[in-house]
Ligand binder design. Structure first.
Ligand SMILES: Nc1ncnc2c1ncn2[C@@H]1O[C@H](COP(=O)(O)OP(=O)(O)OP(=O)(O)O)[C@@H](O)[C@H]1O
Ligand SMILES: [Mg+2]
Length: 346
């Protein structure tokens, strides 16, 4: 059992606060992704769990045991670093087997595990090469294989696929997900790639400026973002926003249209995903500005009442800059945010 509990963790570097009161429980065998923009504190939080950084306040528990006073080697974890430190003067085989040798495992067990994890990461043909001779993407896969070979209860991975090309990255993310699910490992995985987060995670923890804004399943984060930041970060392209003025009785004026919404007297923001808009006879009047054919669909960037607005439409649609489109938002997909608190309003 390797549940991870992060309790009230904060971290300051001098006068700068990198993490504010982080509370997160990762269930045994759960795969949690920390997602957020550069500098939001992902690596710092992972290093605190690993024991490579000390929290200013707060506690870390692994498998029901408080570990924040323990050195990294006594926490039962393996970590893949953002800068994937591998030993250049060792072969790929010896790099992957390094931790196993330290644990004094028998040679045939080392060989079995090294070959298995190298195969998973598609680097079995490189086992005899010196790691200093490898490309960045190959070295990164050596680092992942080395962590997997330890068969740890907990694995912490910091952008482990960032140096791979798009195709290999897509293949590796599926493999990694499969391997970790099979091996009953509890995982925290850091990325700023939302597609990777959506596709791999049991739960996504969205971070912003040193805080967790929402921790929920990928579909929940996508459908019901808890805050404007999440709505504007998740999705490609992210949600559209427009100011909404209350008309009374749960009716709202949005860019000249009247829509049903929450019962509250204060002004809100209307939000809709670009893929939840349809061409219709009645709806928002949008002037097309930029048309991007993306193969499977057409991405149209428009102007709605002076606001930037994007719609994902059928790729067969014939539209040119300057055309006016009437876009109807799918009513059950409309979301509302309070501009003061930036939180979602039910
Ligand atoms: N040792 C340090 N001393 C001072 N500030 C630091 C230190 N380590 C991190 N920081 C600051 O803390 C903040 C969070 O850094 P962190 O490395 O956790 O970000 P991140 O979310 O991993 O970003 P990225 O996606 O770019 O890797 C940043 O503003 C960073 O400059
Ligand atoms: Mg980082």
């Amino acid at each position: 059992m390797a549940e991870i509990q992060i309790k009230g963790v904060a971290k300051s570097f001098g006068s700068y606060t990198a993490l504010h009161d982080i509370n997160l429980t990762i269930q045994d065998q759960e795969f949690v992704v920390l997602l957020g923009a550069s500098g939001c504190g992902k690596t710092t939080l992972l290093r605190i769990v690993a024991g490579l950084e000390t929290a200013t306040t707060g506690e870390v528990w692994i498998g029901g045991k408080r570990v924040d006073h323990l050195p990294p080697k006594d926490r039962g974890i393996a970590m893949v670093f953002q800068n994937y430190a591998v030993f250049p003067h060792l072969t790929v085989f010896e790099n992957i087997g390094f931790g196993l040798r330290m644990k004094k495992l028998p040679n045939d067990e080392v060989k079995r595990r090294v070959e298995r994890t190298a195969g998973l990461m598609h680097i079995e043909q490189l086992l005899g090469r010196y790691s200093g001779e490898l490309s960045g993407g190959q070295r990164q896969r050596v680092a992942v294989a080395r962590a997997l070979a330890m068969e740890p209860d907990v694995i912490l991975m910091d952008e482990p696929l960032s140096n791979l090309d798009a195709l290999l990255r897509m293949e590796m993310r599926a493999e990694l997900k499969g391997v970790l699910a099979e091996s009953n490992t509890t995982a925290i995985y850091v990325t700023h790639d939302q597609v990777e987060a959506m596709s791999m995670a049991d739960r996504i923890s969205v971070m912003h400026q040193g805080r967790i804004v929402q921790a929920a399943s990928p579909i929940e984060v996508y459908r019901n973002p808890a805050a404007e930041f999440v709505a504007g970060f998740i999705g490609n392209p992210p949600m559209n926003f427009l100011p909404a003025t209350p008309q009374g009785g749960g009716r709202w004026a949005v860019a000249g249209q009247v829509l049903d919404g929450p019962q509250t007297p204060k002004a809100l923001k209307f939000a809709i995903r670009p893929e939840d808009l349809r061409l219709a006879d009645h709806g928002l009047q949008a002037v097309a500005k930029v048309i991007e054919p993306l193969g499977a669909h057409l991405l149209v960037t428009c102007d709605v009442n002076g606001a930037l607005f994007r719609a994902v439409l059928d790729s067969d649609l014939s539209v040119k800059p300057g055309d006016t489109l009437t876009l109807a938002p799918q009513s059950d997909r409309i979301r509302w945010f309070d501009p003061e608190t930036t939180r979602a309003v039910a």
